[in-house]
Design a protein around this ligand. Structure first.
Ligand code: NAD
Length: 340
């Protein structure tokens, strides 16, 4: 059993912690919380052990929550730490992980240099096996990499252009915007996602451009990809349908928006209504010789969760990428094929 601690229990951390506790080969040591708020109360109610910064011990006790120990105690008990603290905070924890000799999985909000490898299960699982520090790329980059490493099985990719429509905030982030605006972010082209994609697929001719839109549900990508040789729509659909963690939105299903995609997840009873898969609109797929156009939606809160679980296995020395993907996906109910 791999002993795993989750440091940072927000949007990503809470999902990773639950996913870890569903794995047959992992044991969740506990999670860290900095404030005794509703998330801490719920985590304790569902049986998770809470660890807090030493300076917060008293605040938690006063709120009626008995912590299992300090964050450092939690890290000592674990073999692997999944760091899901806000971007930049993970870097400040790295010296502690290193001094205690713990392996760590960081998130996309950290700089790529924090880790030995930037990670995508479908692209480079093998590079992360046995490494001390791995970084799961951001939600946008994780989805781009899934699509590229899938399409690359048809033929070698010569160049890629992606327009990223970014959600403004996660649903719970009531203080963020924009409210009624489109914000180029970053305004420069390429956006930072380009370097992130290249941290995994080195040397690829890729340009990403990004704009923030007033939605909290999902990101949306418009992709224009060139192969070295020509292909067909049939080949594209076939390879997407046969790949785990990618779903096709069928034309006749009546699903025409990000809102309806997530409604399907609620209807089928996914935990929190989460969509771990990338949702490609089948009717958007247009092939002109060597060029492929398609669009897809990305649930930012959920898409990186399977990759985090795989990254824990990889740093622990488990070398079978397909085996890990299968174990992760069957525990979470992650699928391939049509959305509905
Ligand atoms: P979040 O703000 O929802 O959660 C972060 C948690 O860490 C909070 O509970 C916060 O209280 C806690 N925290 C803050 N300082 C801490 C400290 N010093 N020690 C321990 N815990 C601390 O953030 P998030 O959205 O879950 O993002 C976490 C990471 O995941 C970031 O790197 C982010 O870029 C990345 N990420 C976020 C998303 C997304 O859409 N939310 C998607 C993919 C990747």
């Amino acid at each position: 059993m791999i002993k795993v601690a989750v440091n940072g229990y927000g949007t990503i951390g809470k999902r990773v912690a639950e996913a870890i506790s569903l794995q047959g080969d992992m044991r969740l040591v506990g999670i860290s919380k900095t404030k005794p708020n509703y998330e801490a109360i719920y985590a304790q109610r569902i049986g998770m052990r809470l660890y807090v910064p030493e300076t917060s011990l008293r605040e938690f006790e006063e709120a009626g929550i008995e912590p299992a120990g300090t964050v450092e105690d939690m890290i000592r008990e674990a073999e692997v730490v999944v760091d899901a603290t806000p971007g930049g905070i993970g870097a400040s924890y790295k010296p502690l992980y290193a001094s205690l000799g713990r392996r760590a999985v960081f998130q996309g909000g950290e700089k790529a240099q924090i880790a030995d490898v930037s990670f995508s299960s479908l692209c480079n699982y093998g590079e992360a096996v046995g490494r001390d520090y791995v970084r799961v790329t951001s939600c946008n980059t994780t989805s781009i990499l899934r699509v590229l490493c899938t399409l690359n099985r048809i033929s070698r990719i010569s160049k890629v252009r992606v327009v990223i429509v970014r959600r403004a905030a996660d649903p719970k982030e009531m203080g963020r915007g924009p409210i009624n605006s489109l914000v180029p972010d970053p305004v420069e082209i390429p956006s930072h996602h380009t370097a992130d994609v290249k941290s995994v697929i080195k040397g690829l001719d890729v340009v990403t451009m990004a704009v923030i839109a007033p939605t909290t549900l999902m990101h949306f990508h418009l992709l224009d990809l060139h192969f070295f040789t020509s292909t067909s729509k049939r080949d594209v659909i076939e390879v997407l349908m046969g790949t785990p963690r990618i779903l096709l939105v069928r034309g006749g299903s009546g699903v025409k928006s990000t809102a309806e995609i997530l409604e399907v997840m609620r209807d089928v009873g996914r935990r929190r209504g989460d969509l771990y898969e990338v949702a490609v609109f089948e009717d958007s797929i247009n092939v002109r010789g060597e060029e492929v156009f398609l669009t897809y939606a990305v649930h930012q809160e959920a898409v990186v969760i399977p990759e985090n679980v795989d990254a824990v296995r990889a740093v622990s020395g488990y070398g079978d990428a397909k085996g890990s993907i299968l174990a992760t996906d069957s525990s979470l109910g992650v699928r391939k094929g049509y959305l509905i």
